[in-house]
Design a protein around this ligand. Structure first.
Ligand code: HH2
Length: 293
């Protein structure tokens, strides 16, 4: 039996972490564009990610890579209309990656449980009220600017403080619209209007977002910042770097990891969690401090 939405939201209390597998039904996503635009292939890929340990599948019909063209809601729904009902039949927890209430409403009708809104409810004023009415969880993500312009000249005085403040305000807005804080998921928005130094500060500062009290999601999979740190230009070669970033955030309290490479991260989390669950040896067994002779 897979996890329920409530199990996923309860992770900060139960000490577990979950993998959210990415399914882009787009022709142009930065890493997997065009691979899963066909419904049968998309379903196969989702089933493989579930078998590999994904607790939730995040389906997106619009690329948000820097400079990507916007996709109107009707076209997003056209891309989703065959795949979403088929995915719902698998019984998996589904998330819809969209900023449009019309697309979210379509996905929720098909059985989705999470609305992943990279605009945190700012783009479409109907999105948070819709989530409130339907009982869906909402991902609130930070972004400076919009995908067309966000990488032009990102500037912050205190990136962690500003992102924390933004998310606290969007959490208030979601609650004012009727979405309880326990159903909001916070995300620093790695790569959305940020340079490498900003992304690193936010990954290191994950604990600051965790302290806001809602579950924290990390979306760093195969992103440019991983390439900048590892020298890997091809997104498919950024898997180890992605796993390392996710574990660093796991150690700081993040509980939901949105990735392309589910098995690699699920295995890494299983090992990390097993080690962390062992109680440290008592000080009697600890090696004695070396003294200079
Ligand atoms: N990143 C992307 C898309 N959606 N949602 C959340 N909550 N957090 C993220 O970091 C995030 C996101 C971009 O990655 P991807 O889906 O792989 O690419 P594309 O936008 O080109 O489809």
């Amino acid at each position: 039996m897979g996890m329920t939405l409530q199990d996923i939201l309860d992770c900060p209390r139960t000490g577990r972490a979950v993998v959210m597998g990415i399914l882009n039904v787009t022709p142009d996503s930065f890493s997997d564009g065009g691979q899963f635009a066909d419904a049968a292939r998309a379903l196969d890929h989702a089933q493989a990610m579930l078998a590999d340990g994904a607790a939730v599948i995040d389906v997106g019909a619009e690329s948000t890579r820097p400079g990507a063209p916007r996709v109107p809601p009707a076209e997003q729904i056209r891309r989703l209309k065959d795949i979403l009902p088929a995915l719902a039949r698998t019984g998996a927890v589904l998330s819809i990656d969209t900023t449009h209430a019309a697309v979210a409403a379509f996905a929720l009708d098909c059985g989705a449980a999470i609305v992943n809104d990279i605009s945190a409810g700012r783009e479409d004023p109907d999105l948070l009220p819709l989530a409130a009415r339907s009982g869906a969880a909402v991902v609130l993500m930070h972004m400076q600017g919009d995908p067309q312009t966000m990488q032009q000249a990102p500037q912050y005085k205190d990136v962690v403080g500003q992102v924390r403040q933004f998310l606290a305000e969007r959490l208030d807005a979601a609650q004012a619209a009727g979405v309880p804080g326990q159903r909001c998921i916070l995300d620093a928005g790695i790569g959305f209007g940020k340079r490498l130094e900003h992304n690193l500060a936010l990954l290191a500062g994950t604990g600051e977002l965790v302290r806001l009290g809602s579950p924290v999601l990390v979306g760093v999979s195969r992103k440019r910042c991983i390439g900048e740190l590892t020298g890997q230009d091809q997104p498919g070669r950024r898997v180890s770097g992605t796993v390392s970033a996710c574990l660093a955030c796991r150690a700081r309290g993040a509980t939901i990891f949105r990735v392309h490479d589910v098995r690699e991260l699920a295995d890494a989390l299983a090992v990390w969690d097993a080690i962390e669950s062992v109680r440290p040896p008592s000080s009697a067994n600890a090696p004695r401090a070396q003294r200079p002779i």
